[in-house]
Ligand binder design. Sequence first.
Ligand code: 5GP
Length: 190
Amino acid sequence: MEALRERIQAEGKMLGEDILKVDSFINHQVDVALMEEIGQDIAKHFAGQGITKIFTIESSGIAPAVFASKYMELPLVILKKKSSRTLSQNLWQTEVISYTKDVTYELTLSKDYINDQDHILIIDDFLANGEAATGAVRLIRKAHATVAGLAVLIEKAYQPGRGKLEAQGITVYAQTRIARCGEAGIEFAG
Ligand code: 5GP
């Protein structure tokens, strides 16, 4: 997606070698018009695939997933990173290693929001090692539902996420793919 690529080029900043900071338009300050364009593009890409729900992982995937949900006219479910007292039972849970925080968390989904007829599109901001998306896939499969695919705004193609997801039979749609990044800047893959 050209608009996203241009924005990353203009505002993305590398933190060390591995973390791309995009918090001026995706996950701290949010460019809502860009998120809408992103959501619309995801909706177009996955149209006509019998999808019943969209899942995202709190919190950075929420903004684009809201708009994909709007354009696909489908319910949006936000997977939680920690359970609260309002979410104490009837849960599917799985442990995930956080890429940016280097801790593990229990990815949590209420059994009320999934059933074995669901065909689910997962949306997240980044694909790096594939841990978060694989956690979402595990939850969906525990509930005997199926995965339509994974859409991410930014795939760091030099990391193993895509290979890990594809090995599990998951189709990955990345709106931008970064081949390399470092002191010399950000280089996009085709
Ligand atoms: P994975 O689980 O694929 O290793 O990492 C994906 C998750 O970690 C995403 O949900 C995203 O929030 C976070 N993440 C991974 N790489 C980056 C990055 O370079 N920048 C930011 N801001 N978040 C990242």
